[in-house]
Design a protein around this ligand. Structure first.
Ligand code: UD1
Length: 358
């Protein structure tokens, strides 16, 4: 088979690191990078660190409004598909690159494979929710990471092509656990003691673009009386500057602000953290996978299994709720997360098998 895969943003590079090598053992893959993420720390560092094959085509779209960015990708992806004549197009997750790839493939009548199908936050104000609902609607094969995702699709009347394969991010998490620990000097570089710091990430539009929300989070970090490491996404840095909050953060002696980190450095920090504080979907489940308690700075999550098992707690962007959760979450009772039987490092193999049977 010839599979044309579309990636564009940081979490998609991690997923491609799991799936591309497996696909390439038996098939031809053409990797298209839309250029949605272009900074070295959000893009190239992942290709280098995770051994992802170099993109065959780079569309260099860069940043813009949602409409402009998505529209810019469409004719370029269409051209790439027409030239490559693939048997199917594969997209990951819920970014603007996912939606553009889905639309281009569907309109050309090329079967679309969606990896990470069926996730729902039930919050249509999130651009990601719009992207994944529309992508699922035009997908031929909907490969779900959890039973909840399968149930969500069934509830929307989508049954054909729906299949539970597990989470390809866990393939990489499992493989990286050891590599992230041995010889990694990130803790020394940041003068951190294992188990004595909080790892925080913030980048979701609902938190970064609203000055009131961003300010609640910044003051929670500054006033929590715990050491906090905060690798800053470029979107967040820009918003902190715009709302005059960057100085507040830099002035807080307990907060260590860093550039976005390479994957293995991040995993090393995560595995040694006392607690993770995040609004990222991927980081929530990685915390659960590595058995680190997590507090999620959102009002809802697509990964409900992490809540039910006690590994995750939602606070929204509210300073008092965040401070309370930071105190109680590290010591709450927890049990194994539902769906763990699929954390076997073989999700990418199941993705390939499903594409082959389609
Ligand atoms: C995107 C995804 C989100 C995913 C996240 C991972 C959408 C709608 N959102 O959000 O689902 O969880 O990636 O990081 O697709 N920027 C840079 N350098 C870069 C990339 C972005 O400076 O390399 C800045 C730009 O100012 C841009 C802003 O970040 O305007 C937001 O970029 P965007 O492409 O919307 O992606 P994310 O916010 O990262």
């Amino acid at each position: 088979m010839k599979v044309l895969t579309i990636v564009g943003a940081r979490p998609q590079f991690v997923k491609a690191a799991a799936v591309s090598p497996v696909l390439r053992r038996r098939h031809t893959e053409i990797l298209v990078h839309t250029g949605q993420h272009y900074d070295y720390t959000l893009s190239a560092v992942f290709f280098e660190g995770l051994g992802i094959p170099r993109p065959d085509i780079n569309l260099n779209v860069g940043s813009a409004s949602h409409a402009v960015q998505t529209a810019d990708m469409l004719p370029r992806i269409e051209q790439a598909i027409i030239e490559a004549q693939p048997d199917c197009v594969l997209v990951y997750g819920d970014t603007n690159s996912t939606l553009a790839g889905a639309l281009a493939a569907a309109k050309l009548g090329i079967p679309l494979v969606h990896v990470e199908a069926g996730l729902r936050s039930f919050n249509m104000a999130m651009p990601e929710e719009v992207n994944r609902i529309l992508t699922d609607r035009v997908s031929r094969l909907l490969l779900c990471p959890t039973q909840t995702a399968v149930d969500n699709l069934h509830a929307e009347g989508i049954r054909d092509g729906v299949c539970l394969v597990g989470d390809v991010m866990f393939d990489i998490a499992a493989r990286s656990a050891e590599a992230a620990g041995s010889g990694n000097d990130i803790l020394r570089r940041l003068t951190l003691t294992p188990g004595e710091y909080v790892l925080a990430t913030i980048h979701r539009a609902e938190n970064t673009d609203d000055p009131a929300c961003l300010s609640e989070i910044v003051y929670a970090l500054a006033e929590c009386n715990q050491r906090v490491v905060l690798p800053l996404h470029p979107r967040t840095t820009k918003c902190l500057e715009t709302f005059n909050l960057l100085e507040t953060l830099r002035a807080a002696s307990n907060v260590v602000v860093t550039e976005p980190l390479a994957y293995l450095d991040f995993v090393c920090l995560l595995r040694n953290a006392r607690l993770v504080l995040t609004d990222s979907g991927g980081v929530q489940k990685e915390a659960c996978f590595h058995r680190i308690p997590c507090v999620t700075l959102r009002e809802e999550t697509e990964w409900v299994e992490t809540l039910e098992s006690g590994w995750n707690l939602l606070t929204g962007a509210n300073k008092q709720r965040i401070l309370l959760a930071m105190r109680i979450q590290p010591t709450r009772g927890r049990r194994d997360c539902a769906g763990m039987e699929l954390w076997d490092g073989r999700a990418a193999e199941r993705v390939m098998e499903q594409i082959e049977s389609m």
